[in-house]
Ligand binder design. Structure first.
Ligand code: ZN
Length: 328
């Protein structure tokens, strides 16, 4: 059986970064340069908490974190071949269903939906099937090409601020599914995002829950184990939001938060442990039953916790799901 690290995958993440490959940055929310270190990953990357506004962010971070997942066309095509054949689901489809249900609970009229960081376009494909007029933004050449070729989607292959101003004020909904935490300058991004939304337009975003990462780190520490290198995924995640700091960031960026909840965990496939290659379709639950059931168990506990404390997302929830409106 190949070691977990030996498999071929679309991205270019590494297990060690040198000091020359990283850069220290100020707080992306309040611009302070005063923080406490919470953890170190990949040798030279660190997770810190701002002493002024409590935002948790990555510093030092790698220089171009958004490019880590860009990857090779052929590799991605192979990872998802059965999905394009129509013979398998994508492993995130249960999550995408939940996300679209949430968007439609407050924006029932359908309309124009922009998915920023749309990856292979599976969320957009599913949204289109539900009646949305869809547009994607995807800076990876390989992934934008796949979304266009395989699903016939309209995808701008660039960053959001490079999309033509002719699209300004034209979207009812903007979706950021596991994307916002990769953006090094979230305030500049939100200013751009507002230009593309219609007045009062809806911003939906999903992001990992930093309180859950803190808990995972503490559990690993109390078991006297070094936390797995992947607790914060800090080679590519540059801001680590909680239910309070996400609201503060959105407010500073001109958005009023309507709700912060949590959603189902992503059940990441583990094919690579058995066949030496990563695939995007779900692996049978019994191949990693401990992690699979563990994620499910904590998620059910988090649901109970959120019923006890409405409006708050505690440390057991895997992610944050946020609905916000652009202020007029
Ligand atoms: Zn700060």
């Amino acid at each position: 059986m190949p070691a977990a690290a030996d498999y071929t995958r679309g991205g270019t993440q590494k297990t060690v970064y040198s000091d020359a490959e990283v850069v220290a940055v100020r707080c992306p929310l309040c611009n302070a340069d005063d923080c406490d270190r919470l953890s170190t990953e990949y040798q030279s990357v660190a997770i810190v908490r701002c002493r002024v506004c409590a935002l948790i962010y990555t510093s030092p971070r790698i220089r171009a974190p958004a490019e880590v997942y860009w990857g090779e066309y052929e590799t991605f095509l192979e990872e998802a071949r059965l999905i394009f054949d129509g013979s398998a689901q994508h492993h995130r489809e249960p999550n995408y269903r939940e996300e679209l249900d949430m968007i439609e609970s407050v924006s029932p009229g359908r309309g124009r939906l922009l998915d920023v960081g749309c990856n292979m376009g599976v969320l957009l494909r599913d949204a289109r099937a539900r009646g949305w007029t869809t547009v994607g933004v995807e800076p990876s050449v390989a992934l934008a090409r796949i979304a266009t070729e395989q699903f016939g989607l309209v995808v701008h292959n660039c960053f959001l601020d490079q999309v033509s101003p002719s699209e300004h004020a034209s979207f009812d909904v903007m979706a950021l599914s596991d994307v916002f935490e990769h953006i090094p300058d979230p305030l500049a991004f939100l200013a751009t995002a507002r230009r593309f939304l219609k007045p009062g337009g809806l911003l939906y975003l999903k992001s990992p829950n930093a309180r859950w990462n803190l808990l995972k780190q503490r559990m690993a520490g109390s078991l006297r184990r070094t936390p797995e290198a992947g607790v914060w995924d800090s080679y590519e995640r540059v801001v680590h939001y909680t239910d309070t700091t996400i609201v503060a960031m959105l407010a500073a960026g001109g958005f009023e938060t309507m709700s912060v909840t949590s959603g189902k965990p992503v059940q990441s496939p583990v094919w690579h442990r058995y066949v030496g290659h990563y695939y995007q379709y779900p692996s049978p639950w019994f191949l990693d039953w401990r992690q699979h059931l563990g994620r499910r168990f904590f998620y059910e506990l988090a649901r109970m916790e959120s019923r006890a404390r409405p409006g708050r997302v505690g440390p057991l929830a895997p992610n944050l799901m946020v609905l916000a409106r652009a202020r007029g």
